[in-house]
Design a protein around this ligand. Structure first.
Ligand code: ADP
Ligand code: ZN
Length: 638
């Protein structure tokens, strides 16, 4: 086995089973072990946890982790325990005696990591406990929760400034995946981390393919994505409203997709049960509002779909970042249409708060719309938003199939003239539907009722289809040439439009791709489910072995009631399938197989390997591990 004299590397290899640090991990960990404060900005899946877990193990005393993710603490701690790390947690879901037992364990020096909900900081008993403990490090996870303007604000986080004041000798490490400079500044100020070293990682997630398509029949489009590309995969579908999460989940189930809803309006017990099923079962689709997701560290979420437009690029990037944490190919897909733009613009216009706040919200939305409508590389644009320079990525829809552009100047002028005529001649404002009917010369009852067929622009736009006109309106709204003028979604032109009206400025529009409806016949995908993304690189007996290992893992997971990925990730199973180890040492060389897991699961894995590759052979003797484990394995393997 690999050995190292450096304690951090030693822990990485023997406890976590990883051969090497990623990115800045080594430097961050070294800095904190030496007692320095740190602010760590890394994208979701970047590997933030090790940055505080390893210092907590390496330094004397217990590492205190402040995390808002109460519902996940139990799983987080169990996952650490399966690695042989001495971990516990304190939060409101526990009975008092359970909490006391954990506190006692900490006081006896039996814990390396103690997870704590922020609201416990208001209890004087917690502060007393901290006074009596030797604390190795304070880790402040999801540190952006301290930002009052962010979408995840937790008032309890404001108390965290006391950690530095009351225990100045203990190093503090704050971590977040929210990258904007404004959030960073707020974290530094509120936590008093101005002397902390800042580590800013690249926010690129190269394994995620970004795709945004026009919304036509959202459910059919979603089904097509799932059936044709992600059958049997775990995924998250984001909707804006609670009602639509339930409706969509129901519709998916009706079409044979294993789906559950999640939103803040569901009873706590239902939420917890659905979340737990999502984490434990394979191939479940969670249809959720943004209430779901923070801290969900399930590594094998293969797709994140948005059925509604997120309010900001930060939100979009955080939500899509939940796909593909294991580094294997994953999809971030979104369907977006005219109604989304109108709804969100309107929402901002009519929201309370001062003008400055509305302007700020408007800017966030503008950036999001720019991303939807760009003809350039999506990834380059997102990274640019986070002030990171990059080139075209080759792994987003616009790179893979550059959209065609067309000169929409005349179309825009026709649309603007119609709006101006309605306004000046009739003192009226209408929404997109009526204006498009006028342009296309449709004598609908509503057109007749308002005598809009008498307008001089009636029928001047019949060269474009209804769908094409909607795309024009959407893009003009996105670029700010049009505005939503009221809470009824009526349209108005903006000052920016005058150049176009005069013919001094041209309007380039992108050609929407026409979306095919989903095939109703799923028989080709049903049943023959493989872990597509991982299995793609495997051939012949490797694939058989991989499937056998997955079956073995499922049984172990059920028996131990653990999420399957806590036992081994898909990527680890795939690496085992490729290596086909026959000895413990060979197995130990696989990334993701640490000492404790080798001891617990090694015999089972080696047994599956040998049985799958030589079906008639005797089971291996397994004497290296003693009889006990081996006997157990034989019961549930095969
Ligand atoms: P974050 O908290 O930044 O979203 P995690 O800490 O959950 O990310 O790490 C994401 C995944 O990457 C986890 O499955 C973790 O085990 C894995 N990982 C982290 N560091 C390494 C490493 N050095 N080598 C291999 N895998 C790693
Ligand atoms: Zn690209």
């Amino acid at each position: 086995m690999l050995t190292s004299t450096d304690p951090a590397t030693e822990i990485l290899r023997t406890t976590f089973g990883y051969p090497a640090f990623r990115g800045d991990q080594e430097e961050i960990i070294g800095h904190v072990i030496d007692g320095g404060d740190a602010l760590v900005l890394m994208p979701t899946g970047g590997g933030k946890s090790l940055c505080y877990q390893i210092p907590a193990i390496a330094r004397p005393g217990v590492g205190v982790v402040i995390s808002p993710l109460i519902a996940l603490m139990h799983d987080q701690v169990t996952a650490l325990q399966t690695l042989g790390v001495r971990a516990g947690f304190l939060n409101s879901t526990q009975e008092a005696d359970e909490r006391r037992a954990t506190e006692q364990a900490a006081l006896r020096g039996e814990l390396d990591l103690l997870y704590l909900a922020p609201e416990r900081l208001t209890a004087s008993s917690t502060l007393d406990l901290f006074d009596r403990l030797q604390i190795s490090v304070f880790a402040i996870d999801e540190a952006h929760c301290i930002s009052r303007w962010g979408h995840d604000f937790r008032p309890d986080y404001l108390r965290l400034s006391l950690l530095g004041e009351r225990w100045p000798g203990v190093p503090r490490i704050a971590l977040t995946a929210t990258a904007t400079p404004a959030t960073r500044t707020e974290i530094v100020e509120r936590l008093g981390l101005s002397d902390a070293r800042q580590f800013v990682a690249s926010f690129d997630r190269p394994n995620i393919r970004y795709r945004i398509e026009p919304k036509q029949q959202p459910l059919a489009q979603l089904l097509k994505l799932i059936n044709e590309e992600h059958a049997g995969d775990s995924g998250i579908v984001y909707c804006l409203s609670r009602a639509s999460t339930e409706k969509t989940a129901e519709a998916l189930v009706k079409h044979g997709v294993n789906a559950l809803p999640y939103h803040a309006g569901l009873p706590a017990a239902v939420r917890a049960a659905n979340q737990s099923r999502f984490l434990r079962e394979e191939g479940l689709v969670m249809v959720a509002t943004i209430a779901f997701g923070m801290g969900i560290d399930k590594p094998d979420v293969r797709f994140v779909a948005h059925l509604d437009l997120p309010k900001s690029v930060e939100g979009y990037y955080q939500e899509t970042g939940r796909a593909g944490r294991d580094g294997l190919p994953a999809t971030a897909w979104m369907a977006y249409g005219l109604a989304d733009v109108v709804q969100l613009r309107q929402f901002i216009e009519t929201s309370g708060g001062d003008a400055q706040h509305r302007r700020f919200q408007g800017q966030l939305l503008d950036a999001m719309l720019g991303l939807c409508e760009t003809a350039g590389c999506r990834r380059q644009m997102v990274l640019g938003y986070f002030a990171e320079a990059s080139g075209p990525c080759g792994n987003c829809d616009t790179c893979l199939a550059p959209p065609e552009q067309w000169d929409g100047t005349v179309a825009a002028q026709k649309l603007f003239s119609t709006i101006i005529r309605l306004d000046r001649e009739r003192n009226q404002r209408f929404g997109a539907g009526q204006i498009i009917d006028i342009l296309r010369g449709h004598k609908t009852p509503k057109v007749e009722q308002w005598r809009h067929h008498e307008l001089s622009t009636f029928g001047i736009g019949d060269e474009l289809s209804e769908l094409q006109w909607r795309a024009v309106v959407r893009q003009l709204l996105a670029t700010g040439l049009l505005a939503v003028a009221s809470d009824h979604g009526t349209l108005a032109i903006t000052e920016k439009a005058s150049g176009v009206l005069r013919g001094a400025e041209a309007v380039q529009l992108r050609q929407d791709t026409v979306v095919r409806a989903a095939r109703s016949d799923r028989s080709s995908t049903k049943g023959s489910r493989k872990a597509s993304a991982v299995a793609a690189d495997l051939a012949g007996d490797e694939l058989d072995l991989f499937e056998a290992l997955r079956e073995w893992r499922l049984e172990v997971a059920r028996r131990e009631s653990l999420p399957a990925y806590v036992i081994f990730h898909d990527a680890t199973l795939a690496a085992i399938a490729q290596l086909k180890p026959s000895t413990v040492d060979e197995l130990a060389s696989v990334s993701g197989v640490g000492g404790k897991k080798l001891e617990t699961y090694g015999p089972g894995v080696l047994d599956v390997v040998s049985r799958t590759l030589t079906p008639q052979a005797e089971p291996p003797a397994g004497h290296e591990f003693g009889d006990r484990v081996d006997q157990d394995d034989l019961v549930w393997v095969s």
